[in-house]
Design a protein around this ligand. Sequence first.
Ligand code: ZN
Ligand code: ZN
Length: 103
Amino acid sequence: MTHEVELKCPYCQQRSTEWVDDDFDDMRQKCDECGKVFLYRVEVSVDVYSRKAPCLNGEPHSLTERHAKVVDGKVMGYNRCRVCDQRFELSDERKQEILKESK
Ligand SMILES: [Zn+2]
Ligand SMILES: [Zn+2]
């Protein structure tokens, strides 16, 4: 994977933007400003964010209807939970409603 990073020359502090590869070896860069060669290394950090998921702990899912429409007499679409991203089939009642609305 390539990343756009800002490199800072350790000699003159000149900053430059470079595209670099993930590579754990030291790499060389010549500073445009002072002409010195320095080494740099790319470290990729992984951030993890956790959040509450009430619907996975007994509360109802927060469903929103997605892409509900009728194609060739068949009801398409599904319900998606805004919290956990699970998809659910539309209820038969809702399908009937959508069919009626489309007529
Ligand atoms: Zn420099
Ligand atoms: Zn959910």
